[in-house]
Design a protein around this ligand. Structure first.
Ligand code: SAM
Ligand code: SF4
Length: 337
């Protein structure tokens, strides 16, 4: 049960459940150069630029978050590499006092040319989405992507030191669930973490998503049957949603993100900032706090601190998918995963 009390502005953010919130995922745009079937409808209209946060506004909100103890930023989207001035923005975010780590989740399409300048600007690491090793299937999942560009992006990220490379695969029944063994096999010779993500129902494509979910335990059993037992990796960071495993003798790791069948709410330390300036308290719940309006109305730093900390305090616990309570107000691409 959520309590509705107010708090004085602290220097760290905690919620009513005592969770310490110090990781902010920032969506830099809702636009994307792909149209993944599990993420957005094919005919999606992206938001007009005027309703999105400008660079200075993003920086201001990150400064506010950092003053409240946020030390890690993940840039996401939509596709974060679509944002103009990304390299300079990364440099400026990295310079915000208190920010220790800036990482990014990307589809990798534009990384071949961007990896090196991003690393030089201070980006620490990237997660790259790759759902299939078959160019034809990849195109059908993404509705337009060229798999070659992603491979070039992965190579460039590795060369630029944006490591450890983590590869995100959303397992979607009938699209790529027959490829999980081949995807897992990548870890035998590469020092990558290949992460299998359960499809989450959200937004206007929620009904499609619900039909296509493959539970992590099914993916794990498939991989183990073909490649041998999955050995748990010791020392798992309880805030990482990916449960890590390793195949015997492998150079890399496997990760399983089971948000639907085994939610990890107890370890959740994150908040999300949408590209249109809302603090999203939980990926799978629609509760949001408007930061854009007060920001544009001239709210001072202390007021923004108070609004953010107060919002964070009321972060909810748990999705309600089993009660068929699905967050439909936004597409995944508008929140950033
Ligand atoms: N465009 C970038 C990308 O694809 O990596 C960043 C944004 S994307 C929304 C972030 C992550 O969410 C990606 O790994 C993507 O595969 C994942 N994702 C998108 N829709 C999803 C869904 N319905 N369920 C689970 N993961 C999803
Ligand atoms: Fe774009 Fe990423 Fe969504 Fe695919 S998952 S459509 S790449 S935002």
């Amino acid at each position: 049960m959520e309590k509705h009390t107010t708090i004085d502005t602290p220097s760290t953010m905690h919620d009513t459940f005592g969770r310490h919130l110090h990781y902010l995922r920032v969506s830099l745009t809702d636009a994307c150069n792909l149209r993944c079937v599990y993420c957005m409808p094919e005919d999606i209209t992206f938001q007009p630029a005027a309703s999105l946060l400008q660079d200075e506004e993003i920086l201001m909100l990150i400064r506010v978050a950092a003053s409240l103890g946020v030390d890690k930023i993940r840039l996401t989207g939509g596709e974060p590499t679509m944002r103009r001035g990304l390299v300079e923005l990364v440099r400026a975010i990295r310079a915000v006092p208190g920010i220790q780590r800036v990482v990014m989740t990307t589809n990798g399409i534009k990384l071949a040319s961007l990896a090196r300048p991003l690393a030089a600007a201070g980006l620490d690491q990237v997660n790259i989405s790759i759902d299939s090793l078959d160019p034809v299937k990849f195109r059908s999942i993404t509705r337009r992507g060229d798999l070659d560009h992603v491979w070039r992006g992965i190579a460039a990220a590795e060369a630029a030191g944006l490591t450890p490379i983590k590869l995100n695969c959303v397992v979607t029944r009938g699209f790529n669930d027959d490829e999980v063994v081949e995807l897992a096999r990548l870890t035998l010779t590469n020092p990558w973490q290949v992460r299998f993500i359960e499809l989450m129902p959200l937004g206007s494509v929620a009904d499609f998503q619900q039909d296509q979910v493959v539970p992590s335990r099914v993916t794990q059993a498939r991989i183990a049957a073909a490649l041998g037992p999955l050995l748990p990796v010791a020392g798992h960071n309880g805030h990482d949603p990916a449960q890590p495993y390793q195949l015997a003798g492998a150079a890399g790791q496997l990760g399983f993100i089971s948000s639907v069948t085994q939610p990890f709410c107890a370890g959740c330390n994150r908040l999300r900032l949408t590209a249109d300036g809302r603090l999203r308290l939980c990926l799978l719940r629609d509760a949001e706090v408007d930061l854009l309006t007060p920001l544009r109305a001239g709210a001072d730093f202390a007021s923004l601190q108070h609004i953010m900390a107060e919002g964070a305090y009321h972060k909810p616990w748990g999705h309600r998918l089993e009660e068929d309570d699905i967050a439909r107000s936004r597409e995944m691409s508008q929140i950033g995963g």
